[in-house]
Design a protein around this ligand. Structure first.
Ligand SMILES: N[C@@H](CCC(=O)N[C@@H](CS)C(=O)NCC(=O)O)C(=O)O
Length: 227
């Protein structure tokens, strides 16, 4: 199986299946195709039908869209989702919500794994999304007991919230201590550390993402090693 991904420093969508596959020991070959600062569509289109990453190729099977990739992987590895119906329903709902929503958080706090920012402007729309995020975390912990969103084990839903956890920590977003603790726990996972460490080593910078990151936040520093 080959997993096509973008730059680890920026590609939040690639991060989700990559971290999940690594964490569950699913073997794959990583094919990193860097963003080149302009329109990547034609280059990405040569391997991915929608011209985007991630894209998983398993023999003759091509799967794009992170959610579809996770569902495909779960056919061979059902443990990616909780086995119990109630938990699985919650997991799939919050994954679908993350896949379709949180647009303001994405736009105002683009993922830049290697940089640390301090958020300066929190619009009412961003506040609403942060409140919703907090609610998702709290309900998960209260219903299923933590320390992960669906209980005692890491699953696809947690993998889907890794990029947002890196944003919470990277931009120092104001969430409760418990939510920040969960984000730190995700950042401490071996697969996430490996991803961030690789991101730190990448030579590429994307001017558009860097500018977007400074719209509502002050840049503080770049990381040399994962902390
Ligand atoms: N909904 C898609 C989103 C994929 C996506 O937008 N990927 C970004 C990279 S994180 C991309 O390929 N962008 C193309 C570009 O920047 O030209 C998914 O869940 O996989």
């Amino acid at each position: 199986m080959q997993l096509y991904i973008g730059n680890k420093n920026y590609s939040s969508w690639s991060l989700r299946p990559w971290v999940l596959m690594r964490s569950f020991g699913l073997e794959f070959e990583e094919v990193l195709v860097p963003f080149d600062g302009s329109d990547n569509y034609e280059r990405f289109k040569s391997f991915s039908p929608n011209g985007r990453v991630p894209c998983l190729i398993d023999g003759e099977v091509v799967i794009w869209e992170s959610l579809a990739i996770i569902d495909y992987l779960a056919e061979g590895c059902p443990e990616l989702w909780p086995s119990e119906r109630l938990r699985r329903a919650y997991a799939k709902s919050i994954v679908a919500e993350m896949h379709a929503g949180f647009q303001v958080l994405r736009a105002d706090c683009p993922l830049i794994c290697k940089s640390k920012f301090q958020i300066r402007i929190i619009s009412s729309d961003l506040r609403r999304e942060l409140d919703r995020l907090e609610e998702i975390f709290e309900q998960g912990f209260n219903k299923f007991g933590g320390p992960y969103l669906l209980g005692s084990t890491f699953c696809a839903a947690d993998a889907f919230y890794v990029p947002v956890a890196l944003r919470v920590l990277g931009y120092q977003l104001p969430l409760s201590a418990k939510s920040v603790g969960y984000c730190e726990q995700l950042r401490g996972l071996p697969a996430v550390k490996e991803w961030v460490q690789d991101a730190i080593k990448e030579p590429w910078r994307d001017a558009e993402e860097e500018t977007a990151a400074r719209k509502c936040s002050d840049w503080q520093r770049d990381l040399d090693v994962i902390n």
